[in-house]
Design a protein around this ligand. Structure first.
Ligand code: MEV
Length: 304
């Protein structure tokens, strides 16, 4: 039996695909996986057996092959929303990798875990950066890039986040392709926006460490505006962002791949319930995340 958590990206989604850093926070909920030895590989999600033609079976096969492990019967229980951009797929990958490693008494260090999760994620998302799996594995607040992997980043003051599910998420792969098309079309303009996002992420990392939430909110708003330029927002996302800012959030933005999915608002203890109420009045499903201050810690991952 093993578990892993979902994630919410604070800033730097998409630019992380082009080598920049992304900042992400682990959710307090996720998935559990149980593995038992079996002659034939099987996968059940919330008690429903997954058909052998489904991509999840291919993904599980590749994970076992990557770890050089024999067949297993895997049962997954979901304790988080799925298909809304909160990293349920990466959480499944990490929980399953931990469960099958434990079953066959294999040590699974962080770099092995992330490499196996990458194999699973590639089946669904094409060329994922790995930020979702890193956050699922480590939780807390992480800074991630594709060269260095994850680093736990210091949090100077309590972070109160509110999340609204604006709509079902679009396919991450399609949204990555949409941004790639903008890059192709826009050349120098795209590179300029990209370098501004890199600066925003650096400034956001310092603002988180120093507890400067007014500044952090403004940086999240700006990151959102740039993601909008890449065609990633929707009317539902815009409604949720506006409602959060009107209810007193420091800032609000789409989070994850975009084209649907979730909105993240940075709040404090007073405004968090106000933002959640405003969203509930608009019939959005909501989630609250609260992160206590913590210090930095190197995660020490080698990419493979
Ligand atoms: C998806 O959660 C985040 C993206 O940046 C894709 C990735 O990093 O793999 C859109």
């Amino acid at each position: 039996m093993a578990s892993a958590n979902g994630k919410v990206i604070l800033c730097g989604e998409h630019s992380v695909v082009y080598g920049g850093d992304a900042l992400a926070v682990g959710l307090p909920y996720g998935v559990e996986a149980r593995a038992t030895a079996a002659d034939r590989l099987s996968l059940a999600i919330d008690g429903r057996v997954v058909d052998s033609s489904q991509p999840a079976i291919e993904a599980l096969t590749r994970v076992l092959r990557r770890l050089s492990l024999p067949e297993a019967a895997v049962d997954v229980e979901l304790h988080m929303p799925v298909g809304v951009g909160l990293g349920a797929s990466a959480a499944m990958a990490v929980a399953i990798t931990r469960a099958v490693s434990e079953l066959y008494q294999r040590t699974c260090d962080l770099s092995t875990l992330l490499a196996a999760a990458h194999v699973w994620e590639s089946v669904f998302h094409g060329t994922p950066s790995g930020v979702d799996a890193a956050c699922a594995a480590l939780g807390g607040c992480i800074s991630f890039n594709t060269r260095r992997g994850p680093v736990t980043t210091p949090v100077g003051a309590p972070l109160h986040l509110a999340i609204a599910v604006a709509s079902p998420a679009s396919l991450t792969k399609s949204m990555i392709e949409r941004v790639a098309a903008v890059r192709q079309r826009d050349g120098a303009g795209f590179e300029q926006t990209l370098s501004r996002v890199h600066q925003i992420v650096d400034a956001a990392r310092s603002a988180i460490a120093n507890g400067e939430h007014g500044l952090l909110g403004a940086l999240l708003d700006e990151n959102h505006a740039l993601l909008c330029q890449w065609g990633l927002s929707t009317p539902g996302i815009e409604t949720a962002c506006r409602a959060a800012r009107t209810a007193g959030a420091f800032g609000a933005k789409l989070t994850g791949a975009g084209g649907g999915g979730c909105v993240l608002a940075l709040c404090n203890a007073v405004t968090q319930p106000l933002v959640m109420n405003a969203w509930q009045r608009l019939s959005f499903q909501t989630l609250a995340v609260h992160l206590e201050p913590s210090s930095a810690q190197m995660a020490n991952v080698e990419r493979s």
